[in-house]
Design a protein around this ligand. Structure first.
Ligand SMILES: [Zn+2]
Length: 344
């Protein structure tokens, strides 16, 4: 069921035009030492470095968010040690659960306690690695029964409770992949909201898969929250990907060629991004931007989208959105508002 029909124009809080959410995946207790120098660099860190100036979190705050204090962030966090993208990688890494020690618990709790941020659920390990990255099985694909899924979620939720002092209110399928047990497992695990699908360019999608993209290719409903399950879980889709389709040049090793391509593609990207933003704003749709906390992977490919490559595009997006009366919120704030407004 789509909620679109329940809205009137400008019916978001304070007559704002659209809710704006920054969804960042896989903040976790992980460090991948890409250059093998034994030192943490921001691009190698997924959260292991905590609030250290060498860590990714400080990079995000200082380099991206500092000029936009109104922006709120929902971080999707695997509770346990995050699985590598491939088996048998030689790259040194440290992957631990978020409740591993006082330092890690402090880090994730401080973030969740900050009004500007929230920590949401993103599985226990994110999945199971294969011998190459295309064989990686995402966590909700691996569950063999509803009970298997629910028991694993229960375990992960307890790790969250021990770390941030409360159960997570929302979450997201790892890799947006699910199976026939998944939606019931979320519905029966007391989540207020969930992100099931990435709806980037919904209208252009040709192949619809209920366990990957969802079956809605109509942008007016695909870019709006939906509800599912007996407990009316609010489903918040990702609706904007700033640079994810630029994967191809990560394979080109010549920096001059990459810089040249990037320069021209950036002009195209900005136009495309602005056109999409204006469409979402014009129709009061949800603007939820998907990002990854780190570009580093054990197969030495670059994870996209990521906050390092998208730094300038993200800042331009926020600067552009500041011209409008938009509502910067977390997933839980949006879900609570919908529940209060529509189901009371
Ligand atoms: Zn993820």
């Amino acid at each position: 069921m789509s909620l679109k029909s329940l809205y009137k124009k400008n019916e978001w809080p304070n007559n704002s035009i659209s809710p704006v959410l920054l969804f960042i995946d896989d903040l976790s207790n992980l460090w991948i030492d890409i250059n093998e120098d034994g030192e943490i660099q921001p691009e190698e860190d997924w959260g292991f470095a905590g609030f250290s100036t060498k860590g990714v979190f400080k990079f995000l705050e200082k380099e991206i968010l500092s000029d936009y204090p109104e922006v709120k962030v929902t971080f999707f966090v695997p509770a346990g040690p995050r699985e590598p993208i491939i088996k048998n990688s030689k790259i040194k890494r440290i992957a631990l659960p978020i409740n591993y020690n006082t330092k890690s618990k402090y880090f994730f709790k401080q973030i969740n306690d900050n009004q500007k941020y929230e920590i949401a659920y993103h599985g226990t390990t994110h999945g199971v690695a294969g011998f190459n990255s295309s064989n990686f099985k995402q966590e909700w694909e691996t569950f063999k029964s509803l009970n298997h899924a629910k028991e694993t979620i229960k375990l992960g939720k307890e790790i969250f409770k021990q770390t941030i002092g409360e159960y997570p209110k929302g979450g997201k399928y790892c890799g947006y992949k699910s199976n026939k047990y998944s939606d019931d497992s979320i519905d029966q695990s007391s989540f207020l909201w969930w992100c099931r699908y990435c709806q980037n360019d919904a209208v252009e999608r040709k192949i619809l898969d209920p366990f990957k993209t969802g079956i809605d290719s109509n942008p007016f409903s695909a870019y709006m929250p939906k509800i599912f399950g007996n407990n009316k879980v609010i489903d918040i889709p990702c609706t904007l990907n700033s640079v994810g389709y630029l994967n191809f040049y990560s394979k080109i090793r010549n920096k001059l060629i990459v810089d040249f391509i990037k320069k021209f593609i950036n002009i195209f990207l900005k136009m495309r991004l602005k056109r999409k933003l204006l469409f979402l704003l014009k129709h009061n749709l949800v603007i939820s931007i998907q990002e990854h906390i780190s570009p580093s992977r054990e197969d030495l490919k670059r994870q996209t989208p990521n906050i390092f490559d998208d730094k300038y595009l993200l800042k331009e997006t926020f600067a552009f959105l500041k011209n409008f009366n938009v509502w910067f919120c977390t997933g839980t704030e949006l879900a609570n508002w919908i529940k209060d407004k529509k189901f009371k």
